[in-house]
Design a protein around this ligand. Structure first.
Ligand code: PMP
Length: 426
């Protein structure tokens, strides 16, 4: 028995399913999850001493690579002054100023401690601001696990086969409308039906929780126009795409300005952080200046701010996002070429530092339906073959892959060669 297997058996006696977040349990691919002991640059190391080229990157935040020395140093320095005060600090102002500078649609920003809190709070704010109850989301998009958002959700909910979770009263869920991602006609039709009842549209501008599906041309522009027409709040959930697809997020990459933006993961550089921000007019509707309540004991935590500020500073290096996109492109092209050689139908998508690959005959995957119709059994086998090769891919066909600045040409080449051998065995 491996040490990971032993730890997993032990974990299951005191933690539900042995994990603190479902996808980690490898339910989407079968087998035993690896227990990680440390991570450095492009690599993670498991309890059995194996080294893996990592394309999970803590599900996104590790854009600079794991355990970056400058981020570690910033955390060490912050720890010297105490772990939390529950009172304002200058670091929070610096963080807010940095976020505003990098994401120009954000005029004011509130820090929280997770992506879930960011989306949940942004939705409440949009509802309070518009005095409307309904929200519109897209099938297969995941926005954290707040009640009203676990309707036709992606990510772990989709991997586990529970896109609509039990435990959410019908009375809550009935206010969540869902339509197909990348389908503007459905959006227009639902707005015609509910006109001035829809408080907001929340969307992952590049969907990353049903594998990786970028917006088709005109989709985000169309959402902006519809929201303007019906005075509904447009929320971009950039928890995954923020500072990854481009320095200014997907909104910079596609040049569309949302009213509110949700951020997470990346800003904390690996610490538990989230944020939501946008137009002053809307943001000033939250407490203590406005009537919509929102709060958090550990929000703006000084250690998290230190890690995040250093991460954002490093991410601002000119050319970094071009480099990330070049890595995504190389992996996609390498996988497509390798699969073709082995006679395996495969297509890929990428945007900036995130990518996805699909075992399907389709030329391009642009919809949730297509993503769910891919060959999941083939994905499972490929995942395990890659793991044997020392490459750690996201353990679900419904998650995007993440590249980082520490993936050098050498790791990318090794990954593509590993994939070629894996395709040949499929
Ligand atoms: N929104 C998106 C787009 C996400 O990808 C995630 C997490 N994967 C969340 C929200 C929720 O973030 P958290 O897990 O930090 O609560």
């Amino acid at each position: 028995m491996t040490i990971s297997q032993d730890l997993f058996n032990r974990a299951q006696t005191s933690i539900p399913g042995g994990v603190n977040s479902p996808v980690r349990a490898f339910n989407g691919v079968g087998g035993t999850p690896l227990f990680i002991t440390k991570a450095e640059g492009a690599f993670t190391f498991d309890a059995d001493g194996n080294r893996y080229i990592d394309y999970v990157g803590s599900w996104g935040p590790m854009i600079m690579g794991h355990n970056h020395p400058a981020i570690k140093q910033a955390v060490h320095e912050a720890v010297e002054n105490g772990l939390s005060y529950g009172a304002p600090t200058e670091a929070e102002i610096l963080m807010a100023e940095k976020v505003k500078e990098l994401v120009p649609s954000i005029e004011k920003v509130r820090m929280v401690s997770s992506g879930t809190e960011a989306t949940m709070s942004a939705i409440r704010l949009a509802r309070g601001f518009t005095n409307r109850d309904k929200i519109l989301k897209f099938e297969g998009c995941y926005h954290g696990h707040a009640d009203s958002l676990l309707v036709k959700a992606g990510s772990g909910a989709l991997t586990m086969g529970v896109p609509n979770s039990p435990g959410i009263p019908e009375d809550f869920a009935k206010h969540t409308l869902t339509v197909s991602f990348n389908n503007l006609d459905e959006v227009k039709a639902i707005f015609e039906k509910y006109a001035d009842e829809i408080a907001c549209v929340i969307v992952e501008p590049v969907a990353g929780n049903m594998n990786c599906i970028p917006p088709v041309e005109g989709f985000l522009e169309g959402l902006r126009a519809v929201c303007d027409e019906y005075k509904s709040v447009l929320i971009f959930d950039e928890v995954m795409t923020g500072f990854r697809v481009a320095l200014g997020g997907a909104q910079a990459y596609y040049n569309i300005k949302p009213d509110l933006t949700c951020l997470g993961k990346v800003i904390g550089g690996g610490m538990p952080v989230g944020a939501f921000g946008g137009k002053t007019e809307i943001m000033d509707y939250i407490a203590p200046v406005g009537p919509v309540y929102q709060a958090g004991t550990l929000s703006g935590n000084p250690i998290a701010m230190a890690a995040g500020l250093k991460s954002l500073e490093l991410l601002s290096e000119p050319g970094l996002h071009d480099k990330l996109e070049a890595i995504s492109k190389a992996i996609c092209e390498g996988f497509e070429a390798g699969a073709k050689k082995a006679g395996i139908p495969l297509t890929t998508n990428y945007a900036g530092g995130m990518y996805g690959f699909f075992f399907t005959d389709a030329e391009k995957v642009t919809t949730y339906q297509q993503a769910t119709e891919c060959d999941l059994e083939r994905f499972k086998r490929f995942f395990h073959l890659m793991l044997e090769e020392g490459v750690y891919l996201a353990p679900s066909a419904f998650e995007a892959g993440f590249v980082c600045a520490a993936h050098t040409e050498q790791e990318v080449k090794a990954t593509i060669e590993a994939a070629e051998r894996a395709f040949a065995k499929l």
